[in-house]
Design a protein around this ligand. Structure first.
Ligand code: SF4
Ligand code: SF4
Length: 248
């Protein structure tokens, strides 16, 4: 039997929202990422980070307070402090959780931006940034509960390895789900570098890879109780089953 098209969370909520909020109901597509934790390794995580940061002209830094990062590894208990328990710790000990902007359904960053320099794109649900409109107030950095936004404390130099423009001092940046590649029909770079560990696609399409994974696998998202509706999902069941059953 053919499956019906699943409603996006924004569509499900539309009938209960005030008119000012119903603009979100016109969104018909939601791009999302699914990370398969069973196959994640340091090598794969580093490959994803390296290719993303090189392409997007993200400057290297050893200053942890002022570093710029679009995608980075984190320990399980720090990535999911609300879902952590002892067996999780055992299953994920020493394994990186790859973090990036969640392109949330209800992005806290967008709500606080005074210049509309960041917004949720109706055509595909991406949370975008216009560096030229950013005034560097950093309200979005504070509002994002996932720490995915970075502030440029100094002008970045244009790398010769990429044509992606370097950002100037005083603007905020983050993962853009490789919007510049999606525009020409290419997949995000981290997906290509992930050896099948990352799957990217449209949640409104019931036949997409991401929809299939969410239907068939147990997935979790970060800080779910906040109501932001993250669109980066993590498959956890296989890793737990594999490690705990073998006792390794
Ligand atoms: S993860 Fe943070 S920066 Fe990204 S859309 Fe959600 S609230 Fe905004
Ligand atoms: S989707 Fe693109 S911008 Fe986002 S982490 Fe992956 S490579 Fe970087």
């Amino acid at each position: 039997m053919a499956r019906g098209k699943p409603l996006l969370r924004t569509e499900r909520a539309a009938s209960k929202t005030a008119p000012a909020q119903q603009a979100a109901a016109t969104q018909t597509k939601q791009l999302a990422m699914v990370v398969d934790m069973a196959n994640m390794t340091d090598e794969i995580a580093n490959a994803c980070i390296e290719v993303c940061h090189r392409e997007h002209n993200v400057p290297a830094s050893t200053d942890i307070e002022r570093e710029i990062k679009w995608v980075w590894p984190e320990e399980f208990e720090k990535a999911f402090p609300d879902q952590f328990h002892g067996q999780m710790a055992e299953a994920y000990e020493g394994l990186p959780v790859l973090l990036m902007c969640n392109h949330c359904d209800s992005p806290a960053c967008v709500k606080v931006c005074p210049t509309a320099a960041t917004w949720k794109r109706k055509s595909d649900g991406l949370v975008m940034m216009d560096m030229h409109r950013c005034i560097g107030c950093r309200y979005c950095v504070v509002a994002c509960p996932y720490g995915t936004r970075s502030f440029n404390w100094k002008d970045a130099e244009q790398s010769v390895e990429t044509t992606y423009p370097a950002r100037s001092r005083g603007v905020v940046e983050k993962c853009n789900f490789c919007a510049e590649r999606l525009r020409v029909g290419d997949e995000p770079l981290c997906v290509l570098a992930s050896q099948g560990t990352l799957t990217f696609g449209d949640l409104s399409d019931p036949d997409s890879g991401v929809s299939e994974l969410l239907r068939t696998k147990h997935t979790i998202t970060r800080k779910n109780a906040l109501g932001t509706g993250p669109n980066v999902y993590y498959i956890v069941e296989d890793r737990l089953r594999e490690r705990l059953s073998h006792g390794d």
